[in-house]
Design a protein around this ligand. Structure first.
Ligand SMILES: [Mg+2]
Length: 429
């Protein structure tokens, strides 16, 4: 053991990081079991770049973030399946996976759409690897999604363990870094930039000083770490020694502002089309606002033409909302009003955004503490959310948004799977 501080305080508590494998691809495969064994990729919004790859696609050398047009014919020649992204579906499947986790453990931190940290329950601590295998099997059986599981006393170590579980099939997808065991072998093989929380800049700095692996980082003296990387860096090294420094954060942090923006599939000229797009963005932002039980105190709209074509035009306008609100009607009115103040005719707009700011808690509105008018708009919007949720798609939509729109992103490769198709999957028991 390289460092005197290592395992000074063996941790009795264990946590796991659960990471869904090739998540978006795995979601698409749920509805296309025939794609097992074939290369599959999922594209970003507007079919721009590759954002999820099956193992077969990784083996072909397809990189994350690769522009689709560059590998399109290569993929076609190899019989690959290509999908436009379907985030609504992925979010719904993510919620199912998280539900299985929630039923298995006392506390959970949903870290991203396809990752969560879980506290291992006391019964699992004596046989953590077997417990992890059982959890993995339960998730696979109930949701069809394969996950990798890393067991460790601390988050930073659990991340590395899960990565090892994913890369080595002989682990069965579960790998443990347990207190008192030798970690040097694994840590010695991990490049320092792959350690959770070590960004590009820190990695460059560390490498120049010979700290090129997770092992070296763990064994670097505390005072040096604190001087050069601060407390955050010091804690990262301690976590690699098996000492938990970053607690599980169970409460979801409400966002401070909510933005909905997009590049258009093709340039948009008319005021009407731009108003439609901005209306749609206001609706998307409004739904997110209500789902985190917040109210917006301001709304900003921005529009711009292409940066690569002169003359460039970009502008934004912010309007205060007199009474903080989560009502779609008020948000749409504010958004179209703000747009009118910055729209200039005869330009090819490429992008628009709606940003909700000065967020506050909506508890008061739900309790009916605001005036009648605010309340009605808010209640209407909430009712629409519920109906759309039950239907699995947007039933209630302003008439202006129906039909094909040039500003909607291209999704030539959409699988056609809709939220209501989730009903064909077995229920979580
Ligand atoms: Mg993943």
């Amino acid at each position: 053991m390289g460092h005197p501080g290592a395992f000074l305080k063996p941790c009795e508590e264990l946590l796991v990081l659960c990471d869904c494998n090739n998540f978006f691809v795995s979601c698409e495969r749920l509805f296309r079991p025939d794609l097992e064994g074939r290369p599959v990729v999922v594209l970003s919004s507007n079919d721009g770049v590759i954002i999820s790859r099956s193992n077969e696609a990784k083996a072909l050398g397809i990189k994350m973030g690769e522009p689709y047009f560059r590998v399109r014919s290569f993929l076609e020649r190899r019989g690959s399946a290509v999908f436009s992204c379907n985030f609504q579906l992925y979010e719904e499947i993510s919620a199912r996976v998280m539900e299985v986790f929630r039923r298995a453990v006392p506390s959970i931190e949903v870290y991203s759409v396809d990752e969560a940290f879980l506290e291992v329950p006391p019964a699992g601590r004596e046989r953590p690897v077997e417990w992890g295998r059982e959890l993995r099997a339960a998730v696979l059986k109930q949701t069809g999604i394969p996950v990798s599981i890393g067991v460790a006393p601390a988050k930073t170590a659990a991340k590395l363990a899960a990565e090892r579980g994913k890369k080595r099939p002989e682990t069965g997808g579960v790998f443990a870094l347990l207190p008192g065991e030798a970690w040097d072998d694994l840590l010695g093989q991990v490049p320092v930039e792959d350690v959770w929380g070590i960004g590009r800049r820190w990695a460059d700095f560390l490498r120049r000083r010979g700290v090129s692996t997770a092992l070296r980082l763990r064994d670097t003296p505390d005072d040096w770490l604190e001087k050069h990387l601060g407390v955050r860096g010091l804690r990262t090294a301690w976590e690699l020694r098996g000492i938990r420094c970053f607690p599980l954060e169970e409460a979801e942090k409400p966002q401070k502002s909510i933005q909905s923006s997009r590049s258009f599939a093709s340039p948009v000229r008319s005021r009407e089309s731009l108003a439609e797009a901005v209306t749609e963005f206001a609706l998307v932002a409004g739904k997110r606002l209500r789902s985190q039980t917040s109210l917006a105190g301001s709304l900003a709209v921005s529009i711009s033409t292409s940066r690569f074509r002169a003359p460039f035009y970009g502008a934004s306008a912010e309007v205060p909302l007199e009474t903080p609100t989560d009502s779609d009607i008020t948000l749409i009115k504010a958004a179209t009003g703000a747009l009118a103040s910055i729209y200039k005719e005869g330009r090819d707009y490429e992008k628009a955004a709606v940003c909700l700011g000065r967020l506050s808690s909506a508890e008061a509105v739900q309790l009916g503490l605001f005036g009648e008018k605010t309340n009605r708009g808010s209640a209407l919007s909430r009712a629409a959310d519920r109906l759309n949720e039950q239907a699995g798609r947007r039933l209630l939509l302003p008439a202006a948004l129906l039909g094909e729109k040039e500003w909607r992103p291209r999704k030539d490769r959409h699988s056609g799977v809709r939220l209501e198709d989730l009903g064909t999957l077995p229920a979580i028991s």
